[in-house]
Design a protein around this ligand. Sequence first.
Ligand code: PEP
Ligand code: MG
Length: 950
Amino acid sequence: MLALDIQHVRMNQHADDKAQALQCLVDILVEDQLVSAEYLDGLTTREQQSPTYLGQGIAIPHGTPQSRQYIQQTGIRLAHFPNGVLWDGENTIYLAVVIAAKSDEHLQVLQLLTKALNKDISQQIQAANTPEQLVELLQAQPATLALHEQLIATQVAAQDIEDFFWQATQRLKQHHYVECGFLSALNPKHLIQLNEEIWSISTHQQVLSPAIAIVQSASPIQYQDKNLQTLVCIASNDQMDLSQLNRLLDIFFNPEQSSQINTEKDAHQLAQLIGADIIPDWPSQTVQLANAHGLHARPATQLVNLTKKFQGEIHVQVDGGAFVSAKSLTKLLSLGCQRGQHLTFIAEPDSDAVQGLSQIIAAVQHGLGEEIQPIDTQQNTTNTQPEILTFESDADTDAKTHGIAASTGLAYGPAYVIKPRQYDYPRLASNIKDESLKLDIALHTVKNNIYQLIAKTDVNDIKQIFTAHLEMLDDPELIHNVQKGLKQGLSAAAAWHDYIESAAQAQEALQDRLLAERAADLRDIGERILAHLCGVEEQVAPDSPYILIMHDVGPSDVARLNKERVAGILTAVGGASAHSAIVARALGIPAIVGAGSRVLDIQNNETVLINGDSGEFIIQPDAALIEQAILERERQHALRLEAEKHCMAPAITFDQHQIEIAANIGNIHATEQAVNDGAEAIGLLRTELVFMAHQNAPSEEIQQADYRTVLDTLAGRPLVVRTLDVGGDKPLPYLPLPSEENPFLGLRGIRLTLRKPELLQQQLIALLKAADDRPLRIMFPMIGRVEEWRAAKAILDEVRQRYPCKNLQVGIMIEVPSAALLAPILAQEVDFFSIGTNDLTQYTLAIDRGHPLLSAEADGLHPSILLLIDQTVRAAHQYGKWVGICGELAADPKAVPILMGLGVDELSMSSTSIPLVKAQIRQLNFTDCQTLAHQALQCDSATSVRALGA
Ligand code: PEP
Ligand code: MG
């Protein structure tokens, strides 16, 4: 590790200007055999890119990554310039800490130096007479004792002293203040009673940096015949700021304050009481740093320049450590953030900084002005990497023409295969004029092409899209920013791509559908220009309706899909409840998913025919097949039109069995469409998606207004609302969660909200206030244990006492197998069950619903799932309760009669499916459905269930 050493200090150096100073520094390094003379070029180039002035009269010159080849040995040298050297046209330095580092060792030096920068020491540095004085000045800063809100735990269920130790250690470890072994170093013999019920313990073993954790139990425990309720756990070390510790201990020794401390139940309030740092509950976003050499001076400077553009406060932490201002270069450097670590930015609420977060994240993702290699999270960290096995989807092995039927309907058209394209371009360029000219030519050519497209098309929508693209290309803000990149020495392609990508990502992160569409447009024009700059032939989508072929269609691709031009979708990966399938169904586009990666080998413009009902597709079908498909499509179209005509009529079988048909929505404004499609209720309002439409956590008032909108539009129809189901694959930007190895098996749904009861309470209050005695049904997601249901119900009962609501039913989602198995018990307590077959399938078959290869095998018609549904329905009906299905299975034509036969009372689905499902049910006989369901329960596989009645 590099350290500041008095042997490495050269006093009384003199230089007339910076160039001379750099020469002097290289001479010192050469003399000490750390570098060869060529290293001077590296130092000079680096200073030209951005000066290395750090603050307090100190500079930290170091070479560019390219100049590392001239380093013979890693080391640092300190040169004292008592007469000063003008460093960056503005600041004079008296000390240069010159670094020759083969990798990232210098980050530690920076961390050390930045601690010195917290004090006003430039005059003392100039006046220093000895190396000892200098090094002492740089090192004399005692390490701050960390104590912040996240190191405080209250209301802990501690039984004995070991519980206290464990809780304190967990917090200190989580924030990287201590390492393994700290817990066992805590010896109860060293406990000291500070005051009534407040005790302290301290150790310096396994301490990385000094910090204090405070753990307070819900009720005192007995320890040595005395009470212990609050433990102050001190992780100390030799450099710790003792005066800070003493100030804190004074508070605990003070009898008045200590009794207040013991009665305080809230960590936030307790933190305020003892003067701990408060971690504001601000909107946050996290990003992984990919810069090869970590957050060193140059990217940090870029970050500061960006954050300073915003008026609001922005703070940042590394991997759960303490927050520092993201507008201060020294503070950023003091983080010592290395490649692979995570930066979490938080922004002052209600300020421009909140909007700025996405821009900041995008900038970090793009390397803050440096070329970066993306981090491969799968990468093995050892040098001898075992070969990673690759598998193809099963769909590949059996046939070239089979996938999973994901969205009903027939479609054919020219293939439009989207493969990620590679653009090779130099990152830096020496001649701004040349680059500027290249950019002008590209802009001119692409604009001309767009004018031609507008002239050629008769379709108004297409005209509008391209007119908007022209406007974007003329946007002065865009041109200004790209020009700025050119001035910083970037090539035209790099400057263009950097700006477009960061602007698009910033836009996309806003979660607003309209803005997301604009991001897709930005990328569209971005790619056209980039292709021109790199001489890559543009990938132009066919004008006529085409079959879109991709690896997978993610939710963010929705914005790119032009429903008018995408006749069908064919993807290499995915299953029936994968996002690609849900997206396709929502748009009413026929789709086959999970067809294997060979579909990406289909040539652009080859005709492809897909059957979204059978999962079959044909490449280059002959004329007869196309003719047949056209007829079939017309027949289906006619059926759909007919079904739509009767979509308002109830779903009743020939033998007069009626089932309620409801809609799943995640956007309050989709209610109207659902009602128009024939929904008799909203069977699932995914409130986490409603939350996601807001930039910040919606207040109780905002939530109330949202829920009121849905209920108003429903005009008396029932609303089934699911409380927040955050976690798993659905993070909320303003509710940061600790990263987990298995998020689907972790803090998700009710498990999360029971740990944040104030969040659940607030949502329940908003719902009850919005209900106005209209039919409201509230259900809790991810219930797996009876205790969870009872705890959630208790919270609701408490809220209901304050906000009475007449027309309320309370139920649970059945999506964890344990809940289905316990249905006979749960049915006695709930008002209803709603079966989430997407998760029930995932958890029963132990297949990640989004797994690129396996999700195709996660078929909800597997007999094991049907058995669980059967058991749930029987239990519910025994106690007079109703059961709905709200997973994707509810709209699967093969599943509808089976689910009816199993006796479910409600089917809830994407509203586009409602007319056809209602029409299908009107053709069924309930007694036949019961026979079919009975047969299905006897089957041994999903395939045999699907084959029934075929
Ligand atoms: C389900 O799991 O079936 C369900 C409806 O919930 P979600 O898809 O939102 O997890
Ligand atoms: Mg679910």
